[in-house]
Design a protein around this ligand. Structure first.
Ligand code: UD1
Length: 419
């Protein structure tokens, strides 16, 4: 049973070697959902081998698509009239399921998508998604745990101003607006590389979009989109995880396929911790010779420090030289895993959105449990700098974001086993 899987990690090794980063989870799932916008076969390449891709495939299959995987690509054959309901059993397993909302309303004028509910990092609203679709002329309400959206006469372009640059809301509004009549502007839009990747994908289907990567996205609706072929961008969070792993273990890791431009702030922070970072034609090399210096970090929407790297920065600060303050600004509660780090001997106190950390020279192994994908990866990094053997339970969380993590760690010299 997957839920009984655990990682067993022996600390004390300097990670050295080369890894190749896979396609971004946070991008590929959105691309798969957006394939619903065109009848026919869309192919996405550079697809990572993760459980969420299977869940999205199941969801699209239930909507009437034929989904075919081959090696690292997936082809989605979309029928002329897809279904309109995303059931709770799938949505609860994977929040990115809500990304079918925009495409379905745009394509067939209706959608029923289960509310994903809260998760280990806090409650995550859908109000901006709903308000955005309403601005485009849809009627939307919540009934029996589902968002029910309807646009019998189609959607019409509008000015949408977001209270917060939400990634998910920007994506749902953009994928609805591409087939609306007239022009839509999204003000205070998210600027994440995943949003740009989705925009580029839509443009390759024939959409008219300007301003990707800026806070003002302008979309001129077109009548019809065509299927496309598109390569997923590399995963910046996995890249960042390897970069932190190199810095924490006083290692030397070359990350092939990584894009330094997607990680400017995290790499700058690592440099101020003492890491030597070299950007190469096809990736990044991160090297560290001494104990890291503590770094203060506040998470923010892109180009700010990514919330998904919060566990890694707290893990690094736990063994860094000095005191640091880490602030979480995107989610309500992302500090649950801090209790697990404290079990490893970290000196951390949490006050609301702030974690105050006094670095210790080394952590001390103990059994811990992953509470979500990124917390799990952060705990593995902490285990790598603990004396003795640490077990990390609920490894299935880690598998959701990191294909072949244990194998890749072993290839860098780590003593890691899955059991
Ligand atoms: C977020 C991250 C994204 C990351 C992903 C997976 C940001 C800005 N977004 O995207 O980089 O890859 O998690 O971990 O860092 N909110 C509302 N109402 C809404 C939508 C959002 O209140 O309708 C709030 C959320 O509760 C949250 C914040 O806005 O506090 C950011 O949400 P959003 O960017 O939409 O989250 P994700 O799309 O999941």
């Amino acid at each position: 049973m997957a839920s009984l899987d655990r990682f067993r990690v022996s600390g004390g090794v300097n990670l050295r070697g080369e890894v190749t980063v896979t396609g971004a989870k946070n991008s590929v799932l959105k691309l798969m959902a957006a394939s619903l916008l065109a009848t026919g076969k869309t192919t996405i390449t550079n697809v990572p081998e993760i459980a969420d891709v299977e869940i999205m495939s199941d969801l699209l299959t239930r909507l009437g698509c034929a989904v075919i995987h081959s090696k690292d690509s997936v082809t989605i054959d979309v029928p002329a009239l897809p279904g309109h309901r995303a059931d709770y059993d799938l949505v609860r397993k994977m929040r990115a399921s809500i990304n079918v909302l925009g495409p379905l309303v745009a394509r067939i004028g209706k959608a029923e998508v289960a509310l994903p509910g809260g998760d280990a990092i806090g409650s995550r609203g859908l109000d901006f998604h709903i308000k955005g679709l309403e601005s485009l002329g849809a009627k939307a309400h919540i009934e029996h745990g589902y968002v029910i959206a309807q646009a019998d006469a189609g959607l019409t372009g509008a000015i949408v101003v977001l209270d917060f640059p939400s990634v998910g809301a920007t994506e749902n509004i953009m994928t609805a607006a591409v087939l609306a009549k007239g022009v839509t502007t999204i003000d205070n839009a998210a600027r994440e590389p995943d949003v740009i990747d989705l925009g580029d994908f839509l443009i390759s289907m024939g959409a008219q979009i300007e301003g990707l990567g800026t806070p003002l996205i302008t979309i001129t609706g077109v009548e019809k989109l065509s299927p496309t072929t598109h390569a997923t961008i590399p995963d910046r969070i996995i890249t960042g995880t390897w970069a932190f792993a190199a810095a924490m273990t006083k290692g030397d890791i070359t990350i092939h396929g990584a894009r330094a431009g997607d990680l400017e702030l995290p790499l700058e922070k690592l440099a101020s911790a003492g890491a030597i970072i070299t950007t190469m034609a096809d990736g990044i090399r991160v090297r560290m010779d001494s104990r890291p210096q503590a770094i203060d970090v506040a998470t923010l929407p892109y180009p700010g420090f990514p919330t998904d790297l919060l566990p890694m920065v707290i893990a690094l600060n736990s063994i860094a030289d000095g005191h640091s303050l880490v602030t979480e600004n995107v989610f309500e509660s992302r500090f649950m895993f801090v209790n697990e780090l404290i079990r490893l001997g970290a000196q951390i106190s949490v006050d609301g959105h702030h974690a105050s950390i006094d670095g210790v020279p080394e952590l001390s192994s103990a059994p811990v449990e992953a509470t979500d994908i990124r917390a799990g990866a952060g705990l593995v990094l902490a285990a790598l700098v603990s004396d003795g053997e640490t077990t990390i339970d609920a490894a299935f969380h880690i598998d959701r974001g990191y294909p072949n993590f244990a194998e890749q760690l072993v290839s860098l010299g780590a003593k890691v086993r899955r059991e």
